[in-house]
Design a protein around this ligand. Structure first.
Ligand code: 13P
Ligand code: SF4
Length: 308
């Protein structure tokens, strides 16, 4: 007999006092069954205040790690342990540690899209929602290393006048939007507002009417009097945009390579309802973090939550 995953997940989450959290880039079925859907910052904030015994983090590995770092005594599960992140992978802890050593007078800020071992080397973590706000709280002459996203770092440098030293990392999803195809769409839909995530490359950001984190993009489409948007970020967010304002139209900006659906994050899309059910049932894959790394990595995350 075929399993009704929605019913089975609902029964298990009650039995196990589990909370299901999902990032906006998850498939619609997972966003719809989750107790909480949000961007990276909101997921970390939610994880900090949860009282559930079990947290199922439907997102990618570093998001599960952030939840575990904040909740060492709770069980943190992820539906697929292969759900990694090209941006986190672009910053290996050993190489980053060397870089930090070479700049001992710099404050180290890492994007939350990093492994626990990289966070353990940081003074403050940030997300795309709070990066500008947090960096602006530091003295103007403070020397700063920003890692790993060079596009977000460059965007913050250009909007704050800072000269942060940038790590050369990027997200393979946000880097591949085609400027040429975006300009064609703009010509075809002159009334559309172009909205883009700051992980996109500079030429895309320069033609955008609004640049912001996943949550900020959702808020913008909601509050704008406009009814048509060209969206340059992972297309999972379109599900919430459509749910929030079904009468508006959202066109995903296509990638350079028209043979792929590269505006979907292949890591985020590894999670399915079946894997979510199995992970709740079997309580695996579980996030386990070395306690020495965890006690170091929790400090920059708590600092971020205080400064947000
Ligand atoms: P935010 O959730 O901070 O918008 O980050 C986007 C992202 O790429 C998450 O993996
Ligand atoms: Fe990582 Fe990019 Fe996927 Fe986000 S969208 S999880 S930054 S690879």
């Amino acid at each position: 007999m075929q399993t009704n995953y929605t019913e089975a997940i609902n029964t298990l989450r009650k039995e196990k006092n589990a909370v299901i959290m999902a990032h906006y880039y998850q498939i619609p079925e997972i966003q719809d069954i989750a107790d909480f859907v949000g961007d990276s910052l909101a997921l970390a904030q939610q994880a900090e205040k949860t009282v559930a015994d079990v947290i199922v983090l439907c997102g990618v590995h570093f998001m599960g790690e952030t939840a575990k770092i904040l909740n060492p005594t709770r069980k943190v599960l992820i539906p697929d342990e292969n759900a990694g992140c090209s941006l986190a992978d672009s910053c290996p802890a050993d190489e980053f540690g060397e870089f930090v050593k070479q700049h001992p007078d710099h404050t180290v800020i890492t994007y939350v899209n990093t492994t626990a071992a990289v966070k353990a080397l940081a003074d403050i973590t940030v997300t795309s929602t709070n990066a500008k706000k947090i960096i602006e709280q530091l003295p103007e002459n403070e020397k700063i290393i920003f890692a790993p996203d060079k596009n977000l770092g460059d965007y913050i440098n250009s909007t704050t006048g800072r000269k942060m030293l940038l790590w050369n990392g990027a997200c393979h999803v946000h880097e591949q939007f085609s400027l040429e195809k975006l300009l064609k769409l703009k010509a075809q839909y002159p009334d559309a507002k172009v909205i883009a995530h700051p992980e996109c490359k500079k030429p895309v950001l320069l033609v955008a009417d609004f640049v912001g984190s996943t949550q900020a993009l959702l808020n913008f489409t909601s509050q704008s009097s406009n009814n048509l948007f060209l969206v340059a970020t992972e297309s999972g967010i379109l599900h919430q945009m459509q749910k929030t304002n079904p009468h508006k139209k959202y066109i995903p900006v296509p990638p350079d390579d028209s043979t792929c659906v590269c505006n979907e994050c292949n890591f985020m899309r590894l999670n399915t309802l079946e894997k979510l059910y199995n992970c709740l049932k079997n309580e695996t894959p579980e996030i386990i973090i070395d306690e020495q790394i965890r006690t170091k990595a929790v400090k920059p995350i708590l600092r971020m939550l205080e400064m947000s």
